[in-house]
Design a protein around this ligand. Structure first.
Ligand SMILES: Nc1ncnc2c1ncn2[C@@H]1O[C@H](COP(=O)(O)OP(=O)(O)OP(=O)(O)O)[C@@H](O)[C@H]1O
Ligand code: SF4
Ligand SMILES: [Mg+2]
Length: 311
């Protein structure tokens, strides 16, 4: 359904160029949940924003994507108008920042239905009430008249989800959809996302720095580091048999109740080497070649993929 090819996003800073995303390629099929995981600053959100035409204006983007049989070029911003909110739904981390504080939440969910599906305001209101009920935003008939500040964080996130799925998009992009929520609400939102994919044969791109969230929902996982995909595999392969040194350290950094806190993965503070492996400055296994040459992407058995000189 979606195939991204050679996505590259750069920012110019004074006299230098910073590559936030470097030649990233991947695909996701209908009915599939693709997780994107990686430390802060690894390029997850920039990738999501490129797929929805929402990158900041100072970003320079190149590459192409094929979506539902149509080839699109990231440089051309006009292509996303008819897709965003209609065929591609988006859920971001911070509903308070994304919802309009001056409009009732009901109007904000009804809008895409009027705009993209041609429903009358009354029909859109009826559909919004149905969606609110289905997502547990109760009592739906009253909730539609509330403003965002009258709802809890979990309810606001459900409103965002209602707006994202209102037009039954084929592709849902959720960028840290549960990061600001407590574990109970997090579990509810993840279940709702799973149900949507299952019931509509949609594809979900689930972005999170939380490996626990990815483990619960994803079928396939991309691991990002320094704007590149360093490893790809099924959720079982990545969680149980990680190959790439970065993935191993990322997993080893997960807090455990039965062991003292360890932080084996040093934070990325501009340590990315130009021309070599993006992880070289922090990798316990690096060799001379890692600083000189970018590791090639190797395709392994069962659809696995890694980018490391020693694998
Ligand atoms: N407007 C901008 N100008 C310059 N650099 C930017 C800009 N926006 C993002 N970046 C840089 O792009 C890189 C990738 O950012 P991105 O937001 O994709 O990270 P992320 O993986 O989503 O991290 P997090 O888990 O913290 O959300 C970061 O190094 C960030 O500093
Ligand atoms: S290419 Fe080298 S530096 Fe990069 S992860 Fe592999 S061993 Fe480490
Ligand atoms: Mg992000």
């Amino acid at each position: 359904m979606l195939a991204v090819k050679d996505l590259e996003i750069t920012f110019s800073e004074k006299n230098s160029i910073f590559k936030a995303v470097r030649k990233v390629s991947f695909s996701v099929q209908a009915g599939e949940i693709l997780g994107i995981v990686g430390e802060s600053g690894s390029g997850k959100s920039m990738t999501a924003l490129a797929l929805t035409g929402l990158l900041p204006p100072e970003a320079k983007v190149c590459g192409s994507m094929s979506f539902a049989g149509k080839t699109m070029h990231f440089e051309d911003n006009s292509q996303w108008q008819g897709l965003r909110g209609s065929k591609i739904g988006i859920v971001f981390q911070d509903p308070a920042a994304c919802l309009n504080p001056l409009k009732t939440v009901g109007k904000q969910v009804a809008e895409p239905l009027i705009l993209h599906k041609g429903l009358t305001p009354k029909e859109a209101e009826v559909e919004t009430i149905r969606l609110f009920s289905a997502l547990g935003i109760e009592p739906a008939v009253q909730r539609i008249h509330h403003y965002p500040h009258q709802l809890s964080g979990g309810q606001q996130q459900r409103v965002m989800l209602a707006a994202a799925i209102a037009c039954k998009p084929m592709l849902l992009i959720a960028d840290e959809p549960t990061t600001a929520l407590d574990v109970t609400v997090q579990a509810q939102i993840l279940r709702l996302l799973h149900e949507y994919v299952h019931n509509h044969s949609a594809a979900l791109l689930l972005i999170s720095h939380d490996l626990g969230v990815i483990a619960q929902l994803a079928d396939e996982v991309l691991v990002m580091c320094g704007g590149t995909i360093v490893e790809k595999g099924s959720v079982y392969q990545i969680m149980q048999k990680p190959l790439h040194p970065y993935t191993k350290l990322l997993l080893a950094s997960l807090p455990r109740l039965d062991a003292p806190l360890k932080l084996p993965l040093v934070a990325n503070e501009g340590l990315t080497a130009e021309g070599g492996c993006v992880f070289a400055a922090r990798c316990p296994h690096y060799r001379a070649i890692c600083l000189e040459k970018e590791p090639p992407t190797k395709l392994l058995a069962e659809g696995r993929q890694t980018a490391c000189h020693i694998l």
